[in-house]
Design a protein around this ligand. Structure first.
Ligand SMILES: [Zn+2]
Length: 396
């Protein structure tokens, strides 16, 4: 006997059907995720969840928080995923990226792996969870704009903090082949814009050379990178075991004989601890203030301004982590690992919720043309979520 897709006994078929629907919403970060969020809200409401949709000020982006199980408890589990995807422009796909295609045990489509597969698995398990007598709640947290800097999750976690909503554990379903991941560095990106004064190259004193000032900032960043090595916390598990800085670009100027009026320095740091980020920002701010004062003695409108592109906070491994313990028990893992990419996990940790990453599919398939997820990975994820449903029937 084959079970109908909507039969609670058949979560894998339901998961595939939901994933097909999710992939059909392009939801590329910049284009907005409102339609896919409204779809998920309807679906989860249909399964009996209490759903809140939180649009941003444009109305085009939205977060969703949905809860099944008892109200007003802080010992539940959060299942977190993002609904935006990276663009397909300039990639050569052999499949239609927005039509889920099954072939040889794989499901192809943009976001199938990163990370609509996990979102589909969570929603497919909602009727199973809803049918159980849950002693603790399960929350579905689906956010916007992860791929461009976790802006949705930042808004959601701030909102949760204001509302006093907490949980015992957060599972971030970024692709980890269902391995339990307990840490990653932060990833902070900045552009420092220097505005000087253009002039003829033959009279350096009559201009303010923006490229020269940007270069002095670059030298300072390189010095700070060395200083960060000496600030490394003992036993730091990351590779390399300290915070790093990279200067990714320095642009400015037009010709050999013109004093450049503007310059831009693109740089990033990957902190292993908050204090390192604070240290770099304070040191750099002091230098920039000093340089700007100097520039303004010749040109009062001169300016140095650092724009934050994104600050994806790190997930710092913790000795006592109930989320890690829970997911190791549910997956049978005997340890937890680290990943080199950033996720929204650190934001949940930042509001005091123990967090780990554990999701279906491999990061190697993410963001690529012909992105896919193995169906066996979805099945594995559904099994683990089924175990979670059992766990939630008992007190923590
Ligand atoms: Zn992702």
């Amino acid at each position: 006997m084959t079970l109908a897709p909507d039969d609670p006994q058949n979560p894998l078929e339901r998961c595939k059907a939901i994933l097909a629907d999710l992939v059909a919403f392009p939801s590329v970060s910049s284009d907005g995720n409102r339609d896919i969020t409204d779809y998920l809200a309807r679906k989860l409401e249909g399964y009996g969840a209490r759903v809140t949709v939180m649009p941003d000020e444009t109305g085009r982006q939205a977060n969703l928080l949905a809860t099944l199980g008892p109200e007003g408890r802080d010992d539940g589990v959060i299942l977190s995923g993002h609904t935006d995807v990276v663009p397909v422009a300039d990639q050569s796909w052999t499949h239609d990226p927005f039509t889920l295609t099954e072939q040889d045990g794989r499901l192809y489509g943009r976001g199938s792996c990163d990370m609509k597969g996990f979102v589909a698995a969570c929603v497919a398990m909602a009727p199973v969870l809803g049918a159980r007598n849950l002693a603790r709640p399960v929350h579905f947290a689906f956010t916007h704009d992860e791929e461009v800097g976790c802006f949705g999750a930042q808004r959601l976690t701030e909102w949760m903090k204001r509302q006093g909503i907490s949980a015992r554990a957060a599972i971030i379903g970024e692709p980890s082949l269902m391995q339990v991941i307990e840490g990653h560095k932060g990833c902070y990106e900045y552009s420092t814009h220097v505005t000087g004064l253009e002039g003829h190259g033959s009279s350096p004193e009559l201009g303010v050379n923006a490229v020269e000032y940007a270069a002095r900032i670059a030298v300072k960043l390189a010095e700070l990178r060395e200083a960060l090595k000496t600030r490394a916390p003992a036993g730091c598990p990351f590779d390399p075991p300290h915070s790093t800085i990279n200067i990714g670009g320095l642009q400015g100027g037009q010709a050999h004989n013109i004093i450049p009026g503007t310059a831009r320095l693109d740089w990033e740091m990957r902190p292993v601890q908050d204090s390192d980020a604070g240290f770099v920002k304070a040191e750099l701010a002091a230098l920039c203030t000093h340089l700007q004062d100097q520039m303004r003695t010749r040109h009062p409108q001169a300016e140095i301004r650092t724009r934050t592109i994104a600050e994806v906070v790190g997930l710092i491994p913790e000795t006592d982590n109930p989320a890690r313990a829970l997911m190791m028990a549910l997956t049978g893992a005997n340890g937890a690992g680290l990943v080199p990419f950033g996720t929204e996990a650190g934001l949940f940790q930042g509001i005091g919720i123990a967090s780990v990453i554990c999701g279906p599919g491999s990061i190697a398939q993410a963001h690529k043309p012909d992105e896919y997820i193995e169906i066996s990975q979805l099945a594995r994820c559904l099994d683990v979520l089924d175990g979670l449903a059992d766990a939630l029937c008992h007190p923590a």
